[in-house]
Design a protein around this ligand. Structure first.
Ligand code: GAP
Length: 502
């Protein structure tokens, strides 16, 4: 089944997952609010990341650094001078584009056989490659009405200067645009008080490297992990929560020995890079993303930062095509060296075994919490026909499901059923997130919970009053089983626990 972004956006709006921000004022472009269901989903994604890194391993510490940092941090990191995107404007429709995101433009020209100096472009199209371009060009009206005579069409479509993808208008020369949001500390808006909203959480980790190393008595290798908001004044945000100006990152900086400082057989920086590629890919699979929708894409030399020894993107097959979920880079000793130089603090590590100081290398798996949430949503979404009716279901991993259990009375006009169901819901809430609902007929209640991915529904019916049993329904199989009411908590707890292990 092909999942469209429209289906996901519509489900999110309808079911309280994600709303357009400031909607009552007409919305603020590309900003989104997580509703009651979405906030749980994103919290669970972040919790799954945190647990896998901090609780299930013993070589990583957590951190929660401030969003506002000393402005010199961003000078040292290179963000002030080079965290820029090339911006172009359409001279005709005035739309603004990121030059490096523009689709390719191909053109075919007419050339004169007698006067080779003369040529005129007859058709221009946006296309991925020359073959596709030729097909498109042959269907344009310019092609159909090409002048005859001594002119002839030059065979192959040529890559041409980009034009506005919206109206085909001419574009301005690119201008470099810094993506950092500026704000002011204190009441006076003067240059001296300028600070930035952090464009990545990573720098909060680098500037705390020494604090964590010494207070936690760490030795290499070890990591520092952090989850938090980042801000980028993106030129072309869009595709729902895929690219926004305010987003959350889940970043790990894993400090290790540079290869040349390792003993024979000891894992080098490149071994740790390989380790983190496998770990991160497995994390997405463990929490439900199908292997066929994930891939690693290594950066070519033109994409690689000058200081990086390697970088790979974990990509997901989003409805918009294969796109980056997370980057995993070997950043060498670049960041710590830069902060040493700019702060004047010695951030070298003392290797007792070798009896020498050196700057650790860092492997950085850097993920987006919103992008991961979108990927989990897309991968879990299914539409199917059950007994002649359409069923939409989010088959989320149990650990990510916003609500774990919903309890219903079969008949809401029977106070004794309502009382038992409400009491059961209250009891279950103490173990996992449970809701009580009696606002519709049972079939509708099941469908609602299916759509937001609730793995278990429990129904209290008339027989419960005599046999003390309830019906437990499974979201994915829709199978129903009867079990004693006092066993519900243990059965669900055990299934949730098994899912975490799996
Ligand atoms: N410290 C390295 C760093 O920030 P990045 O590739 O720029 O690297 C890492 O960002 C991840 O953050 C991306 O893979 C993506 O998941 C997320 N991310 C970056 N920009 C984003 C945006 N504008 N909206 C949503 N997520 C974004």
């Amino acid at each position: 089944m092909t999942v469209t972004m429209d289906a996901i956006v519509s489900l999110c709006k309808r079911r309280g997952v994600i709303f357009q921000s400031s909607e009552i004022y007409g919305g603020l472009a590309s900003t989104w609010d997580y509703g009651p269901i979405g906030v749980e989903l994103k919290r669970n994604v972040k919790e799954a990341w945190w647990r896998a890194l901090i609780y299930e391993r013993d070589d990583i510490e957590g951190l929660d650094a401030a969003i506002l940092m000393h402005p010199q941090v961003w000078v040292a990191s290179g963000h002030v001078s080079s965290f820029t995107d090339p911006l172009v404007d359409c001279k005709q429709c005035k739309k603004r584009w990121r030059q490096d995101h523009l689709p390719k433009t191909f053109a075919v020209a007419l050339v004169s056989t007698e006067d080779s100096e003369s040529s005129v472009t007859i058709a221009r199209v946006l296309a991925e490659d020359a073959d596709e371009a030729l097909k498109k060009i042959k269907s344009t009206k310019e092609w159909g009405s090409k002048p005859k005579g001594y002119w002839q069409v030059e065979g192959e479509p040529q890559l041409a200067d980009p034009v506005c993808p919206e109206c085909g208008g001419e574009l301005t020369e690119p201008r470099l645009f810094n993506l950092m949001f500026k704000t002011f500390v204190g009441p006076v808006e003067e240059e001296a008080a300028v600070v930035y909203l952090r464009p990545e959480t990573a720098q909060g980790i680098f500037v705390n490297f020494e604090n964590v190393l010494t207070t936690m008595r760490r030795k290499l290798p070890f990591g520092i992990a952090q989850i938090g908001k980042s801000f980028r004044n993106e030129i072309t945000p869009g595709n729902f929560i895929f690219r926004t100006r305010e987003f959350e990152q889940m970043e790990l900086e894993y400090f290790c020995k540079p290869g040349e400082k390792c003993k024979p057989g000891e894992p080098t920086d490149m071994d740790w890079w390989e380790h983190w590629k496998a770990e991160r890919l497995n994390w997405y699979k463990r929490f439900g993303i199908r292997a066929e929708n994930l891939r690693l894409r290594e950066h070519g030399p033109d994409e690689l930062a000058h200081y990086a020894k390697g970088c790979v993107d974990v990509e997901y097959r989003f409805p918009i095509g294969w796109s980056e979920l997370e980057g995993i880079a070997n950043r060498t000793d670049y960041d710590l060296s830069q902060h040493m130089r700019h702060s004047g603090r010695d951030l070298r590590y003392y290797d007792q075994e070798r009896g020498e100081h050196y700057i650790p290398y860092v492997i950085e798996p850097s993920a987006g919490a919103d992008r991961a949430t979108l990927a989990f949503l897309c991968d879990a979404y299914r539409e199917e026909i059950v007994e002649g009716r359409e069923r939409r279901v989010l088959s989320l991993h149990y650990a990510l499901a916003p609500i774990k259990c919903a309890v219903f009375p079969l008949l809401k006009n029977r106070p004794e059923l309502v009382e038992v169901a409400q009491k059961l819901a209250r009891d279950l809430k103490r173990s996992f997130f449970t809701v009580y609902d009696d606002t519709a007929a049972i079939g509708k209640l099941y469908r609602r919970q299916d759509e937001i991915g609730t793995p278990f529904c429990v129904t209290v019916d008339v027989d419960t009053m005599t046999d003390g049993q309830v019906t437990l329904r499974d979201r994915d199989t829709m199978l129903q089983e009867r079990l004693p009411i006092e066993k519900v908590r243990d059965v669900i707890t055990e299934r949730l626990r098994q899912a975490w292990k799996g």
